[in-house]
Write a protein that binds this ligand. Structure first.
Ligand code: ZN
Ligand code: ZN
Length: 113
């Protein structure tokens, strides 16, 4: 089954793939763009700065990360799509990305930008 992307999503996907090919930061370069910075702030505001995973468990914690439910690397078309984005606290985010577990706590996590 193929997802029907909008023209805008296709454009975004194209730009991000291109960025990943040309930047030494690969896909992480996206997290430095003003588009992401704007969208990130918008999503945190939408979620009232609350971690959505904690909220599902009936807790409140301040979110400091905006997570791509469908990962940026595999779904760059959805990089700026609201329904694919979710505010999370650092702990919940680390649980979702187990590959980051071993890193030091203060390690630079790109999605915080
Ligand atoms: Zn949380
Ligand atoms: Zn994430």
């Amino acid at each position: 089954m193929n997802i029907q992307y909008t023209e805008e999503q296709l454009q975004t996907g194209k730009q991000i793939r291109q960025m990943a090919e040309t930047s030494p930061y690969k896909y992480k370069a996206f997290y430095k763009t003003p588009e992401w910075e704007r969208k990130r702030r918008e999503i945190l505001k939408r979620d009232h700065n609350a971690c959505q995973e904690c909220k599902r468990k009936g807790k409140y914690r301040k979110a400091d990360t905006v997570h791509h439910k469908k990962h940026l690397k595999d779904w760059p078309e959805l990089a700026l799509t609201d329904s694919n984005l979710e505010s999370l606290c650092r702990d919940c985010h680390e649980e979702i990305h187990p590959e980051r577990h071993k890193r030091k706590k203060d390690f630079w996590t790109p999605e915080r930008w």
